[in-house]
Write a protein that binds this ligand. Structure first.
Ligand SMILES: Nc1ncnc2c1ncn2[C@@H]1O[C@H](COP(=O)(O)OP(=O)(O)OP(=O)(O)O)[C@@H](O)[C@H]1O
Length: 362
């Protein structure tokens, strides 16, 4: 795999490990029956520009169905992009051949939501954690591999004595630790944690979050932390990216996004998060968005958030806003006409994207 530009990034510029440009994952919608004709397109990821900086935790938030998992999968080429590019450490992921792809699989892994579903019930913890070592030919020899498995279990806070046990003998939190140990076995640079705490008890969620934070620092990992839970994301992330209907609509340093969200959608998401101090919590004003998220097969023209936006105004139905610098923190960008820049005009109605009937903004 090729390295980034020789000598690394320019002084002051972030060192980017993973980068998406104009990334699209569109799924065909097919009719029933024998012919299975394509009747439309579902725009799960629809023109995402996003950089993940080396050594950071980037939180990716947004409502269910907005395309977070599909984006995470596309970055690892677990689903094929239908447009745009993804680079990993300077190499084009979409064009990788078998050998490069194998190396990508070692260097970039996934921690899944449901550790029970992602672990094979017939394999012991030792077999589960050792599998990537075998696949990638790491620590060859039975003893060396067993020693590495013990090391990995210790790294995630498990007693190495549990190596001979099966997944059903563990609690949810312990199983997630096994999943993390397995994800770390290839000594990856990058991990996508897709709703990695969502299926755990609240008391265990904090422990797993702290573990991920510690591992990130200790091993210099780069993490994409996907979650619909903005309070968890705020807790672990250096930067936050907000996704709406297949697009990244705001990105910035976690503190800046949390304290000064610039896109009305981000404001609404944040207003739903309970505040830790009772006084602040009493004065919290919840922004309730009207309507449901439109279907990704019927993306509104112009700004895709406009059908629910409390601040919708004249340019929103016609002009698709581009991400642009906002607020005072460096690196804080949002796609919103409230910030006064005209983006790329789009046709008002695309054939596969009719505007919802009764849409007040149409
Ligand atoms: N393989 C697929 N084929 C067709 N549609 C898909 C496929 N995978 C995802 N989708 C659709 O793409 C959209 C985005 O789904 P995705 O799972 O990426 O969203 P998400 O934000 O991760 O949501 P959740 O948090 O509920 O998992 C959804 O409408 C989903 O139904």
């Amino acid at each position: 795999m090729t390295s980034p530009a020789k000598g690394g990034p320019a002084e002051g510029a972030p060192d980017v490990l993973v980068s998406a440009r104009g990334l699209e994952v569109h799924f065909p919608i097919r009719s029933g029956g024998a012919l299975r004709r394509t009747t439309g397109v579902l725009r799960a990821v629809d023109g995402v520009d996003l950089d993940v900086h080396r050594g950071e935790t980037l939180g990716l938030v947004g409502e269910s169905g907005c395309g977070k998992s599909t984006l995470g999968n596309a970055l690892l080429r677990l689903v094929p992009p239908t447009g745009g590019t993804v680079t990993f450490d300077g190499a084009d992921v979409t064009r990788m051949r078998r050998r490069e792809l194998r190396e990508l699989r070692r260097r970039a892994g996934m921690v899944f939501q449901d550790p029970f579903a992602s672990l094979d019930p017939r394999r012991t913890v030792a077999q589960t954690v050792a599998e990537p070592l075998e696949v990638h030919g790491l620590h060859p020899g039975r003893q060396a591999r067993a020693a590495r498995v013990r090391e990995l279990l210790q790294l995630v806070g498990l007693d190495p004595a549990v190596a001979a046990r099966y997944p059903h003998e563990f609690s949810g939190g312990q199983r997630q630790r096994v999943g993390i140990a397995r994800a770390l076995a290839g000594e990856p640079d990058f991990l996508v944690c897709d709703e990695a705490i969502a299926s755990l008890d609240v008391s265990v969620q904090a422990q797993v979050l702290n573990l991920l934070r510690r591992l990130q620092r200790q091993l210099g990992l780069t993490l994409l932390f996907i979650s619909h839970d903005l309070s968890a994301v705020r807790h672990v992330s250096d930067r936050i990216a907000v996704m709406y209907l297949g697009r990244v609509v705001e990105v910035g340093p976690a503190a800046a996004v949390a304290a000064g969200p610039q896109m009305p959608y981000t404001r609404a998401l944040l207003s739903a998060v309970p505040l830790p101090h009772p006084e602040l919590e009493r004065s919290r004003q919840r922004i309730v968005l009207r309507g449901d998220v439109p279907s990704p097969s019927r993306v509104p023209s112009g700004c895709r958030f406009r059908t629910r936006c409390p601040d919708v105004f004249q340019p929103c139905p016609d002009v698709d806003p581009a991400l642009q610098p906002v607020g005072s923190a460096p690196g804080h960008v949002a796609a919103c006409h409230l910030h006064g820049v005209v983006g790329t005009p789009v046709e008002r109605e695309r054939p596969d994207a009719p505007v919802d009937a009764g849409d007040p903004a149409a």
